[in-house]
Design a protein around this ligand. Structure first.
Ligand code: UGA
Length: 438
């Protein structure tokens, strides 16, 4: 049955969730204090690149079920569910997550909360946060508020699809009432066979942290193998394929390269370490420090390979292909590609950055970096090229069309290039995790 819900916080998670909830028939009020963001959403633009999202946003706005505003008003009072989707970024100068946006969201919501409405946190939080928020909400409202936790597992690039057909729904609840309401709001997905896992609050919070820690561990595991492969003549990509056939291991998230980035995996493993430390069990996830270090080392490895080839980085023109933390996204938060560009610049190289869609973000955040939107032009006068984000544009590029390059040398930082094709076009090709004969 259609319900009325609010979605608080309209970043990547919230905007996508609001559209998804409207698409399955609910009436949705999206709330976000940033007026420009609200105006953009109301005009059908999410404000970030996500395949298919703007089209679906426009369709849902046209349905009349979806609207956006900057704050709660009387219309929030009869909402049956309030989803909280605000960000929990890494705190400046600490590994921990900043949960202050959650507390403000709760404070703003309290005057409009009815006693039978359910507040559902979706943000990624340190375990124990939901219990604190429940206490705070009870104090603010004067009644026993229903607070539940429903972590989100969407990936950038497939966000809408992941929201509409998730692998699983996890709900942490403290009452039958909350569970009933959550079953109702997710009814179409449950009907379609999506597993619905009911837990307590702490488990639901920890499921998300654990899932991201596991994914980060898989990536750093294969990158650690890549380090060994590089000095032993083995091939880490073949190794991943071979171990991946074992169903207990699986072949996903075993692509070696310049490592993981984005607004989630790096900050989430750090927040888990910080929270475990606070709980007195820091040792349990101390290995995540190594996971983080292996990941960061891959970026430096690219610089070392370039130095070996060019003699020095000082004054050398290097093109970095990619700035987004992964393809099909314009997100440059904690991006390995962007970090490599910045490290190169720091080392004295003349850096040029290309990305099919993320350059506006790069120009805004790092005006010191030179950027070029035209892919073929970006190769002009370069002494070396680093493929750092595996956009289709780079995989499909015909290297024989590249002209004006100074030195035909490319490092495949994501192991996606057709090496023979690039070598036939006269390029010396090196890659991470394997030795290529040139
Ligand atoms: C990640 C999780 O995959 C989602 O399930 C989760 O919901 C989300 O974080 C979140 O916490 O909100 P996302 O950050 O969109 O999603 O990106 P991923 O697809 O996980 O990729 C993360 C990074 O790992 C990228 O930089 C990617 O290039 C890198 N990666 C991924 C590898 O280096 N190797 C791989 O095999 C896979």
């Amino acid at each position: 049955m259609a319900m009325k819900v609010t979605v608080i916080g309209l970043g990547y998670l919230g905007a996508t969730h609001a559209v998804a909830m409207s698409k399955i028939g609910h009436t949705v009020i999206g709330i976000e204090p940033n007026q420009a963001k609200v105006d953009s959403l109301n005009s059908g633009r999410a404000g970030f690149f996500e395949p298919g999202l703007d089209e679906e946003l426009a369709a849902q706005l046209a349905s009349g079920r979806l609207s956006f505003r900057t704050s709660h008003d009387e219309s929030s009072k009869d909402a049956e569910i309030h989803f909280i989707c605000v960000g929990t970024p890494q705190l400046e100068g600490s590994l921990a997550a900043d949960t202050s946006y959650l507390h403000s969201a709760i404070r703003d919501l309290a005057p409009y909360l009815s006693s039978d409405a359910v507040v559902v946190g979706k943000s990624t939080v340190p375990v124990g946060t939901a219990a604190l928020l429940t206490e705070e909400l009870n104090k603010l409202t004067g009644f026993e508020a229903n607070l539940a936790w429903n972590p989100e597992f969407l990936r950038e690039g497939t966000a809408l699809e992941d929201s509409l057909s998730p692998d699983r729904l996890v709900v942490g609840v403290t009452s039958e009432h909350s569970e009933k309401k959550l079953r109702e709001v997710f009814a179409p997905m449950i009907f379609a066979g999506v597993p619905f896992i009911v837990t307590d609050l702490a488990t639901a919070e920890l499921v998300k942290a654990a899932a991201n820690a596991f994914l980060a561990t898989k990536i750093s595991f294969i990158n650690a193998m890549a380090e060994i492969a590089e000095v032993s003549g083995a091939d880490a990509s073949q190794l991943a394929t071979a171990i991946g056939y074992d169903e207990r291991i699986g072949n996903k998230f075993l692509r070696n390269g310049v490592g993981f980035g984005g607004g989630c995996l790096p900050k989430d493993i750090r927040a888990l370490m910080a929270r475990a430390e606070e709980l007195g069990v820091g040792e349990s996830v101390a290995y995540l420090k190594e996971i983080d270090k292996i990941n960061i080392r891959r970026r430096q490895r690219v610089l070392n390979m370039l130095t070996e080839e060019l003699g020095t980085l000082e004054g050398k023109a290097v093109l970095v292909l990619g700035a987004a933390f992964k393809p099909d996204s314009d997100d440059v938060r904690d991006s390995p590609a962007l970090e490599i560009a910045l490290l190169l610049k720091k080392a004295g190289a003349i850096v040029m950055v290309h990305d099919p869609i993320a350059l506006p973000g790069v120009n805004k955040k790092h005006p010191e970096l030179a950027t070029e939107q035209d892919l073929l032009k970006s190769f002009s006068s370069m002494d070396a090229v680093v493929l750092a984000t595996e956009w289709q544009d780079y995989r499909q590029l015909d290297p024989s069309t590249i002209v004006g390059i100074n030195n035909k040398f490319i490092i495949d930082g994501r192991n996606v290039l057709d090496v023979v094709k690039w070598q036939s076009a006269g390029f010396k090709v090196l890659a991470l995790g394997k030795t290529i004969k040139n």
